[in-house]
Design a protein around this ligand. Structure first.
Ligand code: GDP
Length: 312
């Protein structure tokens, strides 16, 4: 079996099998997960991490596919992580069937992985963060993270990337309402896709109005970019906006702050896991059973049982 170092060496050299193996280890929290993450941490931090989110049908996968090709013309290595909290499938099965990604599949500089919610202990966002960190560490220049929908899971996943693009489309009145209801806060860039369709200009004006009314969270002016993923227009403008946001975030300390938030959350999560493990190792199963019986008999309340177990 290959060691973690072997896998990293292979992955950095572009061996797809080694990249896929490392990603699986951290996605599924296999035994070597901690070793991989330790090694990854020291080498990550270079990639451009871009989130693409929005309601189903807005054109996310089409846009991600077009962005993949466009970035690939500028940089050697691009990774796509497609996150679908509602899907029971994982491991690339869905994307494997996506005809539009076939060109990318044939490109040795492109790695694609889809992830779903299979009860990862720390949640899907944390698993996604691990996967993105590993891809960053093995040398991907750009990592695109596509999430379906605009629920809490997607908002959490958005915290994994540096720049979040939120897609909407002409004629999607309800989506605009949903965006108004708070999701707009996660967007660094608003994208009106399918701008080849009538009504795009109205959506742009609607969104601009909304942005004007909303409280600015900082001095970043969220741009509204019109794209047609299917027609390939607006892609350069979108990429320029992504660059501008990245530069702004680096200049004003926003990138640093987001990163610190993420690291703090990870340390807290690891701490919780470790404390629980330590505690579990110290507990005496017979003592627990005895206390359970007392609680069942209503001779003791559960709070008192916990106090007793903790030796207070
Ligand atoms: P997703 O569910 O957000 O990933 O959306 P898809 O990328 O699967 O796109 C949904 C449908 O919209 C597909 O039939 C696409 O071909 C189509 N589509 C995507 N982008 C555009 C666009 O810019 N213009 C038009 N007219 N159709 C598009």
């Amino acid at each position: 079996m290959k060691t973690v170092e072997d896998l990293f060496a292979g992955a950095r050299a572009g061996r797809m099998a080694d990249i896929a193996r490392l990603v699986s280890i951290v996605e599924n929290e296999e035994a070597q997960c901690a070793d991989v993450m330790r090694a990854a941490h020291l080498q990550a931090g270079r990639a451009t991490k871009l989130g693409v989110t929005g309601p189903p049908g807005a054109g996310k996968s089409t846009l991600v596919s077009v962005l993949t090709s466009a970035y690939r013309r500028k940089v050697p290595r691009v990774a796509v992580v497609a996150v679908d909290p509602s899907s029971p499938w994982s491991g690339g099965a869905i994307l494997g069937d996506r005809i539009r990604m076939r060109d990318s599949y044939l490109d040795a500089g492109v790695f694609i992985r889809s992830m779903s919610n299979r009860g990862q202990s720390g949640g899907l966002a944390r698993a996604t963060r691990r996967v993105v960190n590993v891809l960053d560490a093995v040398g991907f220049d750009v990592i695109l993270v596509e999430t379906v929908g605009i629920g809490q899971q997607e908002i959490d996943v958005a915290s994994v990337v540096d720049t979040v693009c939120l897609l909407t489309i002409p004629g999607a009145g309800d989506d605009i309402q949903a965006i108004k209801a708070g999701v707009i806060e996660i967007a660094d860039i608003l994208v009106v896709n399918k701008s080849d369709r009538p009504g795009a200009e109205e959506v742009v004006l609607d969104l601009m109005q909304m942005l004007k009314l909303g409280m600015p969270r900082n001095d970043w002016r969220v741009p509204v970019i019109k794209t047609s993923a299917a027609g390939g227009t607006g892609i350069e403008e979108l990429m320029d906006a992504v660059n501008e946001h990245r530069d702004w975030a680096a200049r004003g300390g926003e990138a640093q702050r987001r990163n610190a938030d993420a690291m703090r959350a990870e340390i807290h999560a690891l701490l919780r896991e470790q404390v629980l493990r330590d505690l579990a190792a110290r507990l005496d199963a017979r003592e627990v059973d005895a206390l359970v019986n007392l609680v069942v008999a209503r001779e003791l309340d559960p709070y008192a049982a916990v106090e007793q177990l903790l030796g207070r």
